[in-house]
Ligand binder design. Structure first.
Ligand code: PHE
Length: 349
C-alpha cells in the first residue's frame, strides 16, 4: 500500500509540472480523483485489508486525495485567471477621451457669432496695471473697486508712476484700452478671457471667472447699433424668439449705460402669461440679466488718443459663467472649477 501511494505521488508530481492549460488540469482531476482513478481503486480495496490496517490506510489515502485535489484546484484557478486575462475576444475598454470644457466651448460659440458680424477676436492681458484696469476707464481714484478687497494686487515693482501697481485684471474692459491705444478706428473687437476678484467662493461667486468684452469704435456709431448687435447675438445664442430689456445703469466707462436682460427662454416658452409660477431659472421674473453695456465715455476714447468729436463707440461685457449657468440650468459656479469628469462630460460633444 505504501508503495502504491508513493507511486501515485510521484506520477502526480511529474504530471503537475507538465500542466499548461486549464483543460489539462481538468483531465488531471479525472485521472487522479475520478471514479476510475488509482486512488478510488485503492479506496475500494480497503475492506480487503487486515482489519487493524484499514483505518490507517484510509487516513493515508484521504490525505493524498486532499493534497492532490488542492494542488489541482490551485493551478486551475491560476490558469483560469491567466487565460481570462488573455482572452483576445474580450471587448476592449474605450480609452477616456478628453473634451473641451463647457466654459471654453461657450466662449468659442459666442465669439463665433460676433465674428460672423465682422468682429475680430483679440485677447488682452491677465496681468494689468492700475492705469489700464481703472484710470483709463474713467474709474476715479477713490472708487471702491480699486480697493484691495475687490482687486488682487501683485507684489511687483511698478513700471512707472502713471501705470501704478500691477494687478490681476478685475474685468476684461482694459482690453478696450490696450487695443484702442494700438489700432486706429474703425474697430470691432471681441475679447474673451479670465478675470479675478477676491470674492469669497460660494454657489454664485468665484475668485476667477470668465468674461467676454466687445466694443465697436467708428463714425456715427449710436445706441441703436448697440441694441441691434446685442439683439442679433441673443437671438443667435439663446433662441430666435427672445426679447431684450435695457435697464438704465451706471458704469464709469460708458455713458449712457445699461444692464441688459434677456427674456427667460424656459418659462416664456412654457407659459407666456404665467411665468410668475416660479420658474427655476429666472425665479418667476421672466427676465435674466446677461450683460452690462453702454456708449464708450468720451474720456475713455481720449485716454487712448482717439478724437471723441470724430469717433463714437459702444462696449459691452458679459460673464460667461453666469450665461452658461442660465443656459444649462446649473446652480453652482464651483462645478465649473472642480474638474469632476462626470459633471464635465455631460457637455462633451
Ligand atoms: N466691465 C463691466 C463689468 O465687469 C462690464 C461692462 C463692460 C459694462 C463694458 C459696460 C461696458 O461689470
Amino acid at each position: 500500500m505504501a508503495q502504491e501511494i508513493r507511486k501515485i505521488k510521484e506520477s502526480f508530481e511529474k504530471d503537475l509540472e507538465k500542466g499548461k492549460s486549464k483543460d489539462f488540469f481538468q483531465e488531471l482531476k479525472v485521472k487522479y480523483l475520478g471514479r476510475k482513478s488509482k486512488i478510488s481503486e485503492l479506496f475500494s480495496n480497503i475492506p480487503n485489508l487486515p482489519k487493524q490496517e484499514r483505518g490507517r490506510w484510509g487516513k493515508e489515502l484521504n490525505i493524498l486525495k486532499n493534497q492532490i485535489s488542492s494542488a489541482i484546484e490551485e493551478r486551475l484557478s491560476e490558469k483560469i485567471q491567466k487565460e481570462e486575462r488573455l482572452d483576445l475576444t474580450y471587448p476592449a475598454k474605450r480609452p477616456q477621451k478628453g473634451s473641451i470644457h463647457i466654459l471654453s466651448s461657450v466662449t468659442k460659440e459666442i465669439c463665433l457669432i460676433f465674428k460672423e458680424l465682422g468682429f475680430n477676436v483679440i485677447e488682452g492681458n491677465e496681468v494689468e496695471d492700475e492705469w489700464h484696469n481703472f484710470s483709463a476707464l474713467n474709474i476715479p481714484l477713490d472708487h471702491p473697486s480699486r480697493d484691495a478687497f475687490d482687486t488682487f494686487y501683485l507684489d511687483l515693482a511698478k513700471k512707472d508712476k502713471k501705470s501704478g501697481n500691477w494687478l490681476l485684471r478685475s474685468h476684461t474692459s482694459p482690453s478696450q484700452i490696450r487695443i484702442m491705444q494700438q489700432v486706429d478706428p474703425p474697430l470691432a473687437v471681441i475679447s474673451p478671457g479670465r478675470v479675478y476678484r477676491p470674492d469669497v467662493v460660494d454657489a454664485t461667486h468665484s475668485f476667477m471667472f470668465y468674461q467676454i468684452e466687445g466694443f465697436v469704435v467708428g463714425q456715427d456709431i449710436n445706441f441703436s447699433y448697440l441694441k441691434g448687435t446685442l439683439l442679433y447675438f441673443a437671438r443667435q445664442f439663446f433662441s430666435q424668439e427672445v426679447q431684450l430689456r435695457f435697464r438704465p445703469h451706471f458704469f464709469p466707462f460708458t455713458e449712457p449705460s445699461a444692464e441688459v436682460d434677456v427674456s427667460c427662454v424656459i418659462c416664456s416658452k412654457k407659459n407666456k402669461q404665467k411665468n410668475q409660477d416660479r420658474c427655476p431659472v429666472c425665479k418667476g421674473k421672466g427676465w435674466l440679466e446677461i450683460l452690462g453695456c453702454g456708449m464708450i465715455h468720451p474720456d475713455v476714447l481720449e485716454a487712448c488718443n482717439i478724437d471723441s468729436k470724430k469717433y463714437q463707440g459702444f462696449a459691452f461685457g458679459m460673464g460667461v459663467d453666469r450665461i452658461v449657468m442660465q443656459k444649462y440650468q446649473i446652480n453652482d459656479i464651483r462645478l465649473f472649477y472642480e474638474n469632476d469628469i462626470n459633471f464635465l462630460k455631460q457637455f462633451s460633444i
